[in-house]
Design a protein around this ligand. Structure first.
Ligand code: NAD
Ligand code: UDX
Length: 458
């Protein structure tokens, strides 16, 4: 059977995998091929044990894989056969040279562009799915269209707004799909070709079109605004701890103002994940490169508040546990950067665990899905850290429990049993404000929550 369209995605990570699985699931008339240089990852995508944990992902992959969804390492063949190429490779923060620590490292992206050029035999639409600095499309078009074969490549920006843990829901019912292109006849045609894919399941009014630069910049801006809300409420959480105001009550009160809205006002140990920090630092770098120093400093402060919040959490633990955690067993409940994912990239738990290990604590990590990644993240620490799947066993003999990921399972544990198995006085630090603090205090715990007055028995 012939397919209506041949779609290729380069990069089979947290974005490429789920996004393409959704397209294949919703559009059986298209052939969707996802390629990656990482052989193990492709092997996992073709197995019963997918390389990432995401609720609902297994089901849509299983339904489409082998029918119209394929995972492979044959990048060259994939390029040759496809008309539309999504590029979803990683764009991490640069660690070297000019812009180190802030600018986006575009080496993977540029390598992909050169590969597309090398293996194409005809014109194609290339879609920026990765998050990229504004004006990247211009550089890409220059590389791609520098050919003597008469091929024309139109670069379209279609940033991805999915959040991990809810990726399938977000992809199935997105708030919007943004597609930006040049405003030339070829650009508009390419933009329409991409829109046609989404129109198979996304209502037309949710598909918005813009110029390519607006689209690129909207992605960085969306992440910066979301992270800014978290840093804003986290800055207020510190003030709440000093004044006996309760940050959840403040968030509720301001969130009911329809101009502010209730989402992304949950105070926490800090935001993590592979996107927020990286994208804001990239925005800072771009502002600086245009001489917009004030704007750069403004956005940089969002990251600074986040670092401060994570540090404050560790300092709170230390000062409340009599200024020493050396030799004390401390159970960390949750290592993923948020619930419902096994991803630990930039997780605040990494920072907190490191801080405690530097103070010579005996740290025990438990997490329902992220233990393997936690082991990799804490590999440099040869001593003082252990990993335990069972939270009851992790807490046994501990001086303190620190909740760092809002996994549902931690809301319903038998905390009386946990309390009885711990060294007294027992401390509980709730970095996500998901537990019933008054109840825990009544059981005997000394409870320290974000943005709330401490509940202590001494
Ligand atoms: P990832 O690291 O999970 O996946 C990227 C994949 O690209 C890797 O598997 C890597 O092996 C592959 N790759 C790199 N160079 C390649 C090449 N030349 N050929 C083939 N494959 C190559 O990254 P991710 O989390 O999926 O993010 C991808 C992009 O999407 C980033 O720009 C990110 O900012 C953006 N994004 C991520 C999220 C998220 O929630 N993770 C959400 C929205 C946007
Ligand atoms: C984010 C964006 O939400 C998404 O649109 C983009 O495509 C990728 O980056 P993600 O990082 O996967 O998604 O998760 P998100 O739900 O945004 O959470 C990021 C971090 O902020 C997590 O550590 C989360 O726990 C934290 N957070 C979120 C808070 O601390 N408080 C909140 O109110 C919301």
């Amino acid at each position: 059977m012939g397919f209506e369209k041949n779609i290729l995605c380069i990069g089979a990570g947290y974005v490429g995998g789920p996004t393409m699985a959704m397209i294949a699931y919703k559009c059986p008339q298209y052939k969707v091929l996802v390629v990656d240089i990482d052989k193990d990852k492709i092997k996992a995508w073709n197995s019963a044990s997918l390389p990432i944990f995401e609720p609902g992902l297994d089901e849509i992959v299983t339904k489409s894989r082998g029918r119209n969804l394929f995972f492979s390492t044959e990048i060259e063949k994939g390029i040759e056969e496809s008309e539309i190429i999504f590029v979803s490779v990683n764009t991490p923060t640069k660690t070297f040279g000019q812009g180190a620590g802030r600018a986006a490292d575009l080496q993977y992206w540029e390598k992909t562009a050169r590969e597309i050029l090398a293996h194409s035999k005809d014109s194609k639409v290339v879609v920026e799915k990765s998050t990229l600095p504004v004006r990247t499309a211009s550089a890409m078009e220059r590389i791609l269209n520098e050919n003597s074969a008469g091929m024309h490549f139109e670069v379209v920006s279609n940033p991805e707004f999915l959040a991990e843990g809810t990726a399938i829901r977000d992809l199935e019912n997105p708030d919007r799909v943004l597609i930006g292109s040049r405003e030339t006849p070829e650009g508009i045609k390419a933009r329409k070709a991409v829109a046609e894919i989404y129109l198979n399941w996304v209502p037309k009014k949710k598909i918005i079109e813009s110029n390519v630069w607006s689209s690129e910049l909207s992605k960085l801006t969306a992440n910066a605004f979301l992270a800014q809300r978290i840093s804003s409420i986290n800055s207020i959480s510190a003030l709440c701890e000093k004044t006996e105001a309760d940050v959840d009550e403040v968030a509720n009160a301001i969130g009911m103002d329809s101009r502010i809205g209730p989402k992304f006002l949950k105070s926490s140990v800090g935001f993590g994940g592979s996107c927020f920090k990286k994208d804001i630092l990239n925005l800072v770098y771009i502002c600086e490169s245009y001489g917009l120093d004030k704007a750069a400093r403004y956005w940089e402060s969002v990251v600074e508040i986040n670092d401060w919040q994570q540090n404050r959490f560790v300092q709170n633990m230390l000062s409340n546990m009599f200024n020493t955690v050396a030799g004390k067993r401390i159970a960390i409940f949750g290592f993923a950067f948020k619930a419902d994912t096994g991803d630990t990239r930039e997780s605040p738990a990494i920072y907190v665990a490191q801080g405690l290990l530097e103070e010579h604590a005996e740290v025990v990590i438990t997490d329902p899905k992220a233990l393997e990644n936690a082991k990799k993240d804490l590999k440099p620490f040869k001593q003082g850290v252990t990993f335990q799947a069972d939270p009851y066993k992790a807490a046994k003999g501990a001086h303190a429990v620190a909740v760092l990921t809002e996994w549902d399972v931690y809301r319903t544990l038998d905390y009386k049993r946990i309390f009885n198995s711990m060294v007294q006085p027992a401390f509980l630090f709730d970095g996500r404000n998901i537990l019933d603090h008054k109840k825990l205090f009544d059981m005997g715990f000394n409870v320290f929550a974000i943005g709330k007055a401490p509940l202590k028995h001494f």
